[in-house]
Design a protein around this ligand. Sequence first.
Ligand code: MN3
Length: 205
Amino acid sequence: MHYKFQLTPLPYSYDALEPFIDAKTMEIHHSKHLQTYVDNLNAALEKYPEYQDWSLEKLLANLDKLPADIQTPVRNHGGGVYNHDLFFALMSPGGTPLKDGALKSAIEGEWGSVDEFLAQIKAAALSVFGSGWAWLVSSADGKLSIFKTPNQDTPVPVNLNPILNLDVWEHAYYLLRQNRRAEYIDAWVNVINWQQAEENYAAGL
Ligand code: MN3
């Protein structure tokens, strides 16, 4: 995937995550917020053909090599595209189960149980001040950790493999749940696409 970036279609309908995440939130989040990130990323790259064949990962890993005037737009809007493409694929109607296997074993090895991991990522997500993301990531040796990023920053520049991410920008929950971030996180647990998380983990090994 490189310039000209396109809006990735949602792999389910806007109302498919009800009642946990409402249709109006999903519609605005995908068709307005993500579309804006795509458009602004393309606008930043429009006048620099030499970067138009760079993948999104390459752009995000090499922000300091880009022309000064597009470093911040690519960081913010490219990060927005990267983060949301992961996030939307990591949800599914009713969720998919975390099967016995490499990821479940690694989570249990690190946190003792999946429930304890979920408690820890909730705590991390609640502690993001303002807008940002909570992540489950793996390092090159496969070790898991919980990670936080502000704004639309990504784990790419620090070479961490994304397994699972959670958007805690207010636009992800404000329409249905107003300021109740904890309630949104508890609802999100019901729609986690663990099968996709398992694939993301395997891709980083
Ligand atoms: Mn968002």
